[in-house]
Design a protein around this ligand. Sequence first.
Ligand code: BES
Ligand code: MN
Ligand code: ZN
Length: 498
Amino acid sequence: MTTYAFSTESPGDVEASLLILPVFEGGDPGPGVRETGLRDAFAAAKLTGKKGETLLVTGRDGGGFAAGAALLVGVGPKAEFDITAMRRALGRAAGTARRFGSAATTFPLAFGARQATEAVQAAAEGLGLGAYRFRRYKTTSKDDDGPLETVTIVGAAKWDARAARDAVTRADVLVDAVGWARDLVNTPAGDLPPAEIAKSAKAMAKEVGLTCTIWNETQLAQGGFGGILGVGKGSVNPPRMIELTYRGTGARTAPIALTGKGIAFDSGGLSIKDAAGMETMKMDMGGAASILGTMKAIARLKVKTNVIAAIPCSENMPSGSAQKPGDVITHRGGTTSEVLNTDAEGRLVLADALAYLAEKDPVCIVDTATLTGACMIALGTDVGGAIGTSDEVAGELIRAGAATGEPIWQLPLFADYRTLIDSKVADIKNIGKRYGGAITASWFLAEFVGETPWVHLDIAGPAFSEHGNDLGPAGGTGMPVRTLVRFLQERAAAVRKR
Ligand code: BES
Ligand code: MN
Ligand code: ZN
């Protein structure tokens, strides 16, 4: 566990194992560089402040600073440097920070007082997220740098210290929630079947004070959840639905509803994937993990809004008991769907959860899902897709994503494509044509939300990073936990202003 702190000490006096300082391109020393006597060291090393450059100076080298060592980080031109760039630069530096065990940074001082709390939060997030590792299955500590024990964010004495301390606390909560979501995604499917995901959710709910109900397969059958059951039929690991309720103090409006795709493992079912296509499919519960992380964070942050979540968890396996192409299932609420491809399973489980949530008359519904390869074709691996019936909610999510450094782009719920999921035997079928797969999948989901404003976030790309990125190693990313928490915070603030 990392301890986060805010300090207004002079950079030269900060006692940390590693002090991380920015240098702008063109030799402009960033905050703390002059105070620590490191102004010339960077130039002497023939560095220019280009993004990605680093210089490590130990205290023994005669630096005028109390820290054990200083890491100078090139961040590119000052004019292009923003909070997202800062979060990412510190995420990259976090690997070095782990090696030293404790880190402090002056990065937020590059921003004015108006952006101070945002900058302090983002700096702490960058170091915390970048220091994440998944070592549960490593039996030796040989290649481990050790955890990051403390993170100290250095700010100006004239800043609101209480607001800054709240900002590092928020970062702490978010890093923890994202880390937990990453752990859930990274845990092999063999160790995390639906019942185990539900158990983890229940333990989290108890810890942070959320109401949690787990629906087992008998209860799901009684409730008419034919999609969740149909997808899970081929597996020896029965499905579950996790229902979580959060009541924000003083929040009197109807709840915001969340759901996330929880496919413990996606083999494709009888429409089986090839070996390469299955390699990373333990991550097909990344949507579920992101909603669980979001619920954990908002409970700890005491966000003043009401939220309900219903998270469907099934394992998609082929077997003698598996659902077959051509089968017709009946979803919660009575809509029937023809399952022409058992590998288009995410929409089948989400359909039930969306129908269930719509019954609760929420102000809006947001779902997250590693739903389609088509969305990855459209937007690549790093950008999430937003599709739905509410441009207003989509816009809020896109803006929250931009602020947190989790990019999201809107795709159209293009009306003409609705007929692509018309079925000859049931109400709808679960696949469209070859093109526009992210949109036809969304049209399937749209059948179940009624009139409730709804946005679907397709995170097939950004939920999992094959090679790692600035904010974390290869594996689950925890996207879009930080976006959703921010979205809910902004909604809560907007309601209070009205
Ligand atoms: N879980 C996959 C989508 C996916 C693919 C996520 C690759 C992350 C990486 C989903 O269940 C799936 O198999 N979708 C199919 C739908 C098709 C059969 C209509 C796809 O995208 O190919
Ligand atoms: Mn699939
Ligand atoms: Zn899937």
